[in-house]
Write a protein that binds this ligand. Structure first.
Ligand code: ZN
Length: 147
């Protein structure tokens, strides 16, 4: 199996069996975003104490790229500090700009499977949507802690 096929399988797996799917009952932050170009919807809920992301879930609908990216994002960020989550967001966005190094790619785990999306300008927004929602959630958490 080529790496491209392997990546494709990973994307389909996350799409069909999304990790951390749902909505938290009492989240510290919540953000819903739309990608009108493709019709993707993502809602991210997060509980965090200002330093670490204790739990994170997503719900939504849309193309396989947006939903798989959301599933991968929750896996990468749960239990991490907000700073670590933002670092991964930065790496993911570097991957979408084709500026990522091989070593950095390893830190993205399953999300590295989305590197091929960088070739399709119209799909980058799909892949970034859950990460943009994550960034908004972290912002809200920080505003709560230090108004
Ligand atoms: Zn999409």
């Amino acid at each position: 199996m080529s790496s491209e096929e392997l990546y494709q399988e990973l994307i389909i797996d996350h799409y069909k069996n999304p990790r951390s799917y749902g909505v938290l009952d009492t989240p510290d932050a919540e953000c819903s975003l739309l990608n009108p170009l493709c019709g993707d919807e993502i809602t991210v809920t997060m509980s965090a104490d200002g330093k670490a992301i204790e739990s994170i879930r997503f719900s939504g609908k849309g193309c396989s790229i947006s939903q798989a990216s959301a599933s991968m994002m929750t896996e990468l960020c749960r239990g991490r500090s907000c700073e670590e989550a933002l670092e991964r967001l930065n790496l993911f966005s570097k991957m979408m700009k084709k500026e990522i190094t091989e070593k950095e790619l390893e830190e993205l785990g399953d999300a590295a499977a989305l590197q091929g999306v960088a070739k399709f300008a119209a799909r980058i927004k799909c892949a970034m949507l859950p990460w943009d929602a994550l960034a908004q959630c972290i912002k809200k958490v920080h505003q709560k802690v230090s108004p």
